[in-house]
Write a protein that binds this ligand. Structure first.
Ligand code: TXA
Ligand code: MG
Length: 306
């Protein structure tokens, strides 16, 4: 466990340079990072997570200029990057010739998912390391994403070189993923609300055609706690623990004042806590707007048949 001070950041960067895996905080969730140019290091990420190898990773860079070294930039990418980078937005763009990224990062696709995180410790690490860092969320494949260093330790402790600890994540949901090919397509709802994207694009982003595998990581069962999850519940039935929203009787509340941003920040931590009870979890209805869309997306996957 490394503290996110100068010494901790330098140590984390040198572990990445040696081809090891390091978990680090971003504003969305903790990521498990490896040098994106080093196939062996990237393989260790898949190995630690027990992740199916067809599922490509997000590449994290320090700024837009670095991103442009790896991808064919576009007008839409430029518009979105200017508004939302650094921040919880990932762009999927065509790879450049001679990009130098390990093929395991992209799982052989002609495109790559890339983002510039806003978290100060992530930015400091990317600066110190100086190269692209491939990082999926730092949880065992299919399980709840980590928003605190101790979530990472509980899931991956002993399987990775280090965790850079800088407290809880402020957004708490993974980044929103948009392909700009050339018009914007929303591949994953996330920490940047769809309405925010629409404000800048001048229209709602398109949806990928049903059945097209555009974001292979969007597996139906994902983010799953050990016990079953029941959605849109008004009250728990016997044996269940209740995750509430708004003023109500429950074991844990995502946001008593019904605030979707607060609910997003707390979602994965509440699921981790309720998961530790070993009991089935009932979840109150969450409104389907703003960050509620991404929260409901994660909840539906957590509740899906495994
Ligand atoms: O907030 C986040 O995005 C976090 C932090 C650590 O940055 N990372 C994250 O990574 O959520 P991960 O690996 O759990 O999710 C990456 C998603 C997957 O759904 C994957 O299929 C999709 O990105 N993806 C990666 N490359 C892609 C590509 N070339 N085309 C379409 N989807 C891609
Ligand atoms: Mg994930």
């Amino acid at each position: 466990m490394l503290t996110a001070d100068d010494a901790g950041i330098a140590r984390a960067a040198s572990l990445l340079e040696s081809g090891l895996t390091v978990a680090f905080p971003t504003e969305t969730v903790y990521g498990l990072g490896a040098d994106a140019r080093n196939g062996t290091a990237v393989a260790a990420v898949y190995e630690a997570k027990g992740r199916p190898a067809f599922n490509p990773l997000i590449v994290h860079v320090a700024g837009t200029q670095q991103a442009q070294e790896y991808v064919h930039w576009s007008d839409t990418a430029d518009l979105l990057a200017r508004h939302f980078w650094p921040g919880p937005l990932t762009l999927v763009l065509p790879l450049r010739e001679g990009h130098g990224l390990a093929s395991l990062v992209t799982a052989g696709l002609p495109t790559v998912a890339i983002r510039v995180p806003a978290h100060p410790a992530a930015r400091a690490l990317l600066q110190a390391f100086g190269g692209p860092v491939a990082a999926p969320s730092a949880n065992p494949s299919g399980r709840i994403s980590p928003t605190r260093a101790d979530h990472v330790m509980a899931g991956l402790g002993g399987k990775i070189a280090a965790v850079l600890d800088d407290g809880p994540c402020t957004v708490g949901l993974e980044s929103t993923i948009v392909a700009t090919d050339p018009q914007a397509l929303l591949l994953r709802a996330g920490g940047l609300a769809t309405e925010e994207l629409a404000r800048v694009l001048g229209e709602m982003p398109g949806q990928p055609e049903a059945g097209a595998i555009t974001s292979p990581g969007q597996l139906l069962s994902h983010y799953a706690p050990g016990a079953p999850l029941r959605l849109d519940a008004c009250a728990p039935v016997s044996g269940e623990v209740m995750l509430g929203f708004g003023r109500m009787d429950c074991d844990l509340n995502l946001s008593e004042r019904g605030d979707l941003t607060e609910a997003a920040t707390r979602l994965f931590d509440c699921l981790h806590q309720l998961d530790r009870t070993g009991k089935p979890i009932a979840v109150a209805p969450i409104p389907e707007h703003g960050l509620g869309r991404a929260i409901n997306d994660r909840l539906r996957r957590a509740a899906a048949p495994r």
